[in-house]
Design a protein around this ligand. Sequence first.
Ligand SMILES: *Cc1c(COP(=O)(O)O)cnc(C)c1O
Length: 228
Amino acid sequence: MSNISKNIQNVRERVTKAAIRSGRNPDDVRIIAVSKTVGKAEVLDAYENAGQIEFGENRVQELLKKYDRSEPFKWHLIGHLQTNKVKYVVDKTELIHSVDSIYLAEEIEKQAEKISRVVPFLLQVNVSGEESKFGITPEAVEGFVIKMSQYRNIRLEGLMTMAPNITNMENVRKIFKELHTIYIDISREKIHNIDMKYLSMGMSNDFEIAVEEGANLIRVGTSIFTKE
Ligand SMILES: *Cc1c(COP(=O)(O)O)cnc(C)c1O
């Protein structure tokens, strides 16, 4: 077994335990292996030795470098997306996690229409209010969601956040709880064309807490790809 596959097994076991602890079905949580710090060889290692098929990149350039249409991988774009790069990724992404403005959503709509595709995406919410983080404020979510319901070539499927870089895990938990509450509130509103089904939160340092607080997509890089 390769190191990477051992790490993936370990993350899967921890996710399973966190899900069971919180009364959830472990199968409802998808692990996205964030390959931004490694090359294609490591991606192939994760696939061949651990059956991993979902990968995440935070930069368009890196995604394009690793992408190959003939492979079964599902690529998630998880980092800030510039409008001028949208055209390169609309046909390659399983899900764009990081939409943080109407302007960007409109550009995705435009490019998606050109290729007759409906592109699923998540809205990035800056729950912690940290200036260094992208994302819209929690207060702006509802207005954004209502606007999104009129588009035909993009579909909002959930919310994403990044916890602040802090060591106080109870504060991290609070952030995740808050996003979960917003997610539930929006789902209950049953807005046309909005299918709230994904809550993307949790990284190497905090994915167990995220799972306990309702995440069903977690984005794990360091814990999978860093050799011990
Ligand atoms: C890098 C990155 C991750 C993974 O972080 P790790 O701490 O390495 O697990 C998750 N989400 C986003 C948006 C990232 O940029």
